[in-house]
Design a protein around this ligand. Structure first.
Ligand SMILES: Cc1cc2nc3c(=O)[nH]c(=O)nc-3n(C[C@H](O)[C@H](O)[C@H](O)COP(=O)(O)O)c2cc1C
Length: 136
């Protein structure tokens, strides 16, 4: 993970290079499709959390919101760290592609959910919050 900048308005920016891999597809079913990522750099010191991010795919820049950390729903390994991005206005199949993500701002910690509906409600809020950030 490379630290990019520490500007006046923004928190520390981190850059993550990763490959798009196939996920379980639950996000799509719940109404927030995500791309699942396998990091190509050391992520040992990346703090888990939910981040506002920019993602570069084929040199095109998109906005999105990223989950970095364990998953309480759809995973049977509570220690595994997942990297997933919900990208705004994007619906292409990019399995196998390498992408670059800039983590712009951490918006919250990862929470434990027992109930899928509570998770979906929280993610919808994250998406709303992130869209406001970009339109502000
Ligand atoms: C913006 C965002 C926030 C998320 N926050 C959490 C969270 O707080 N706790 C959690 O267990 N999973 C969280 N997730 C992960 C979801 O559980 C995961 O995306 C979902 O299970 C679908 O995964 P799949 O598409 O790989 O099957 C978040 C995902 C996104 C995109």
């Amino acid at each position: 993970m490379i630290q990019l900048a520490q500007s006046v308005n923004r928190e520390m920016e981190l850059e993550l290079k990763a490959k798009v891999i196939k996920g379980a597809g639950l996000g799509k079913k719940y109404g927030f499709p995500t791309i699942n990522l396998k990091p190509l750099v050391n992520t040992e010191h990346t703090p888990p959390g939910i981040y506002i991010c920019a993602i570069f795919i084929n040199k095109q820049k998109y906005n999105g919101v990223m989950h970095c950390g364990p998953k309480s729903i759809g995973s049977n390994d509570i220690n595994k760290i997942y990297f997933e991005v919900h990208i705004f206005d994007f619906n292409q199949n990019i399995y196998g592609k390498n992408v670059i993500i800039h983590l712009l701002k951490k918006i919250r910690e990862v929470r434990k959910f027992k109930d899928v509906n509570a998770l979906i409600r929280q993610i919808k809020n994250d998406i709303k919050f992130t869209k406001k950030y970009f339109n502000a």
